[in-house]
Design a protein around this ligand. Structure first.
Ligand SMILES: Cc1ncc(COP(=O)(O)O)c(CNc2conc2O)c1O
Length: 383
């Protein structure tokens, strides 16, 4: 366990992660497995610890965005299947093969360039179809045929799976989702006609896996809801499965003072006390990802909402307290105190963004404390 010497920290509840996976597994067809999406340091939760917890909960594999993220997991001793869902450079294909990391292919040129390298181990590849996300992937039968005919000539890789990604699975309207499904079915049935071996298919993110569990996926790619957050307000309203948020952010009061009326707080002296006020200082700031636009948000002290006043600084910010509290009183910025909760959704609303961004934005300067069954089992301090 790392140690750390500051009063602000993220708490990651690994039991919640495992609970969320079990909720999804109960909803899915028993033939459909779960890949845990642990890219971006597990959406800011801590990729190695989340990966272990997810695999222990029955996840069959892991999905990341970058080859570096996959290699980090391998170096941590994780030998489960890992897919790099994004672009990998052709010149790095041998490194991926040596680490038995599956890469995503969708360009004939990519295969030709990688094919010039010498492989001691076969390269695992997943063919990505772009059925409407408009990001990466094969879009037409002709393109797919060219890639597959090249693949038939070569044997430096093994085609493990075919996959696609939905752009609107978390929305009310299903038209575009249906369009993507139609394109998927066209391309997939054509694929089966020209590719002799069976391959696995995986198409669904959290929203699609929770809302349409009967899809014939071999596995789903479970990201945001593994962390206990719903992908959108639509899915949150539908509540297809119960979820427990895994991420919370805490600190404590390190200074408390009573001010006379008309006193100023923080840079620019933009906040003036209206009458006698108790002001608390919290050791967290925008360098920790608690950005300046969060001024005006509440935080929780003693189970009550207390507003942030004055500009958020790089390492500290101030709140107006409803009464005097001792130094060391716990402050919760994301999470629960008693009946009160400040959720990632509420922080996202304040920033006019989506909840995905919130755990990702809390920087590496904030240590991560990992809980399992209520006990601290690991601590990650990146400094
Ligand atoms: C290809 C792919 N599959 C699965 C997932 C998991 O989606 P979920 O977290 O909704 O379950 C993502 C998340 N990708 C992104 C999440 O936010 N921005 C993204 O590009 C993805 O890019």
């Amino acid at each position: 366990l790392d140690t750390f010497y500051r009063d602000s920290f993220v708490e990651v509840d690994l039991s919640a992660i495992q609970y969320n996976i079990h909720q999804l597994q109960q909803r899915l067809d028993e033939k459909t497995g779960v890949y845990a999406v642990v890219k971006a340091d597990a959406y800011g939760h801590g990729d190695i610890q989340v990966a272990h917890a997810a695999l222990e909960a029955g996840a069959e594999g892991l999905a990341v965005a970058l080859l570096d993220e996959a290699i980090k997991l391998r170096h941590a001793g994780i030998d489960a299947p890992i897919l790099v869902m994004g672009w990998t450079r052709p010149k790095d294909a041998v490194v991926a093969a040596e680490h038995e990391i599956a890469v995503t292919v969708f360009q004939e040129e990519w295969l030709k360039e990688a094919g010039l390298l010498s492989f001691s181990k076969s390269l695992k590849v997943h063919l990505k179809l772009d059925t409407g996300m408009g990001r990466i992937g094969v879009r037409s039968v002709a393109e797919m045929e060219r890639i597959l005919s090249y693949m038939k000539e070569e044997n430096f890789f093994s085609l493990e799976a075919l996959f696609t990604h939905f752009a609107t699975a978390d929305e009310e309207g299903l038209d575009y989702f249906a369009t993507q499904e139609k394109r998927w079915n066209e391309l997939f049935s054509h694929f089966k006609r020209i590719w002799p071996e069976n391959v696995e298919v995986h198409t669904s993110n959290s929203a699609a896996s929770m809302r349409y569990p009967g899809r014939l996926d071999h596995y789903v790619r479970f990201g945001i809801s593994m962390y206990g957050l719903y992908p959108s307000s639509v899915v949150k309203k539908e509540r297809p499965i119960d979820l427990q948020p895994a991420f919370s952010l805490h600190s404590q009061l390190i200074h408390v003072k009573r001010l006379e009326p008309g006193e100023s707080i923080s840079y620019g002296a933009t906040y003036r006390t209206g009458n006698h006020e108790w002001i608390g200082t919290i050791p967290l700031g925008y360098a920790d990802g608690w950005i300046r636009r969060l001024q005006g948000m509440d935080v929780l002290v003693d189970g009550k909402r207390q507003p942030i006043v004055g500009r958020i600084c790089m390492d500290q910010f101030m709140i107006r307290l409803d009464q005097e509290y001792p130094i060391g009183t716990k402050v919760t910025l994301i999470g629960k105190q008693g009946e009160q909760e400040i959720s990632a959704d509420e922080v996202a609303d304040q920033l006019e963004t989506i909840n995905y961004e919130i755990p990702c934005m809390i920087s590496n300067r904030v240590p991560r404390v990992f809980l399992k069954d209520g006990k601290t089992i690991d601590i990650k301090n990146s400094l």
